[in-house]
Design a protein around this ligand. Structure first.
Ligand code: UT7
Length: 322
């Protein structure tokens, strides 16, 4: 059994097509300035017609495997967080396992909306610490553009496509210090996406798109993320100043700024990707972490706080020594 779970590789993938705020203002009644001021987003990536959650996950996963310097065959568990799987089943994790050519493995998907990667890291940590798994691949992969109503200006400005991956292994050196995950199912009406096939078969003709009461979600998100920061620091006996980097879910710069303020951090200590990625749901935390690691901002030995909030509501944090 390993005392700690350590990050040994990260990866990310963004589709080639860029959709700017100006592009969207040709589709709905909005403007670049409104979107940027209210959200911090300037552009997002849109997956091509041949791309899927598993194809994007594969690119991100291969990068993480290369960075870790292990063979794909050494991975004994794959956890994929996605709200946009190409199949109801097999799971995206099983499709990814096949793409990676791994014969012996455990693979499953999790559904925790935008908190998916934080949930995935928490699950991986439990399995590694109990000795059930040694090398766990956690991926968040989303094609949000396919479940967004491109005639609804209150949601279509926000979301983007992408995949982030992290490879974790058991270690005697400190790695994940704590994870905290929560859900409260009392908020379905504020943020949901129907399953179109199941709804149609049941003759419930709901639009098959993300539906969100953004302003109400915003307020709950700010308060809840403030609480998870307190919970995480208290559980670890740490002060705000002990955190080197905040790697937040990328939903809205104003939400992220509120969490940074709660931590007494400057925005220079926050890995921000949403300006050119938008909200990639379960992929966003791992995409931001990958960016911070690869551009050298996040250094070995530093303390990183990840947090996320999404439909459910679900929310959580991961505190780790990189
Ligand atoms: O990742 C999962 C969790 N999701 C989130 O955390 C998202 C949280 N919510 C948000 O980020 C923000 O609530 C939004 C960016 C979605 C909206 O910003 P807001 O400041 O909360 O705006 P609002 O919904 O209160 O709307 C203000 C006004 C309204 O007009 P009136 O009623 O004041 O005349 C809207 O109709 O802005 C209007 N509006 C827009 N105007 C131009 C809404 N969307 C747009 C738009 N362009 N795209």
């Amino acid at each position: 059994m390993s005392r700690w779970t350590k990050v040994i590789g990260t990866g990310g993938y963004l589709p080639a097509t860029i959709r700017t705020n100006d592009d969207i203002s040709n589709m709905v009644d909005t403007s670049d300035s409104w979107i940027y001021e209210r959200t911090g987003i300037k552009s997002r990536r849109i997956a091509g017609p041949d791309e899927t959650a598993s194809s994007m996950a594969e690119v991100a996963a291969r990068q993480a495997i290369d960075a870790a310097g292990i063979a794909a065959a050494d991975i004994d568990m794959i956890v994929v967080a996605t709200g946009t799987p190409e199949r109801v089943y097999p799971s995206t994790a099983c499709l990814l396992q096949e793409r990676l050519g791994i014969k012996q493995c455990v693979g499953f998907d999790i559904q925790a909306a935008c908190s998916g990667s934080v949930y995935g890291l928490s699950i991986a940590d439990q399995y590694i610490k109990t000795g059930f798994a040694k090398n766990v691949l956690v991926v968040g992969s989303e094609i949000c553009s396919r479940i967004v109503d491109w005639s609804d200006r209150s949601t279509c400005i926000l979301f983007g496509d992408g995949a982030g991956a992290v490879l974790l292994t058991g270690s005697d050196e400190p790695g994940i210090l704590s994870t905290h995950i929560h859900s409260d199912g009392g908020y379905e009406d504020l943020l949901y996406c129907p399953n179109p096939q199941v709804a149609a078969a049941a003759k419930q003709h709901e639009p098959a798109y993300i539906s969100m009461r953004g302003n109400e979600v915003f307020k709950v998100a700010v308060n809840t993320l403030g609480r998870i920061v307190d919970e995480t620091l208290a559980a670890n006996g740490l002060q705000q100043s002990d955190i080197d980097w905040l790697v937040p879910h990328q939903a809205n710069t104003r939400i992220i700024a509120a969490t940074a303020k709660k931590l007494g951090m400057s925005m220079d200590q926050v890995i921000l990707t949403l300006e050119n990625q938008g909200n990639t749901s379960s992929a966003s935390v791992l995409l931001a972490f990958n960016e911070g690691v690869r551009d050298g901002r996040i250094q070995r030995g530093q303390t990183v706080l990840m947090e996320a909030f999404g439909a459910g509501f679900t929310w959580g944090s991961v505190l780790l020594r990189y």
